[in-house]
Design a protein around this ligand. Structure first.
Ligand SMILES: Nc1ncnc2c1ncn2[C@@H]1O[C@H](COP(=O)(O)OP(=O)(O)OP(=O)(O)O)[C@@H](O)[C@H]1O
Ligand SMILES: [Mg+2]
Length: 122
């Protein structure tokens, strides 16, 4: 894993434990579901008043048809998925973002790989 950018200001109005869980869920997914032997790249920085946290991996893209339901509980797709996950990680990650009045967005295609970006106005 490559932690490419780590720039966190002091005095953030956020729940650090939950933000840790958000990062763990996204990095766990990138390692578990991404291409083996390829780097997982993490950026954490601020843009304006928002903390922006992104996790990128290479590998088979998440099918477009599946993407709208990714943040619903117990949603998984079997292509390339390990069999023992519950399908809760992204639901929890999205709830943590919503709880901080933020957003979680995904971009996934074969050319670029998969990137999750959390934007949190804290
Ligand atoms: N970084 C990623 N790259 C490729 N596919 C992903 C990635 N993150 C999630 N997915 C796909 O989205 C599905 C849902 O992810 P989610 O984290 O909610 O569940 P899970 O990882 O299967 O299980 P859990 O997180 O509950 O252990 C995964 O099963 C996988 O198919
Ligand atoms: Mg997961």
């Amino acid at each position: 894993m490559i932690l490419d950018t780590l720039s966190i200001p002091t005095g953030l109005n956020c729940d650090p434990g939950r933000l840790g869980q958000l990062l763990v869920n996204l990095v766990d997914n990138a390692i578990t579901h991404g291409a083996k032997g390829e780097p997982v790249v993490v950026h954490i920085h601020t843009v304006g008043q928002s903390l922006v946290l992104s996790v990128h991996n290479r590998g088979v893209a998440i099918p477009e048809a599946v993407q709208p339901g990714l943040f619903h509980p117990f949603k998984r797709h079997e292509v390339g998925s390990r069999k023992d996950g519950l399908g809760l990680g992204l639901y929890i990650a999205n709830e943590i973002c919503a709880g901080h009045r933020g957003t979680l967005e995904v971009t996934s295609n074969d050319a670029h790989g998969t990137e999750f970006v959390a934007t949190l106005p804290c």
